[in-house]
Design a protein around this ligand. Sequence first.
Ligand SMILES: [Zn+2]
Length: 108
Amino acid sequence: MCTTQSSLTLNETNEAQMSWCSSCQCYSLVYRSCCASFSRAELRQFQAVLDSLTADKYCYDFLGRPHVTLHSSQAKVGFCLSQADVSVLKKFICEALTIHEAYKIIQS
Ligand SMILES: [Zn+2]
């Protein structure tokens, strides 16, 4: 996670925030109590993983509701998401990327 002054918040809700750091060239995603940093390519991969999640992948029972757990290859820390969470994240990341593209056009 980048906490420098060069971090630009792209979009946020009461449970999620996406920001872009022009120094590190990375996106930071905070969703509830989870956080992750991605390069552009890694964020595209994460979007592809979210898109690939079919109903049968939600086989982790958390508080009596089906969730999917997603892990980083670098650490045993990850996201535990319901289908509703995945739907929210997919839309939220698309919105952040659109805002980032608009921001880059305005800046150029
Ligand atoms: Zn940074």
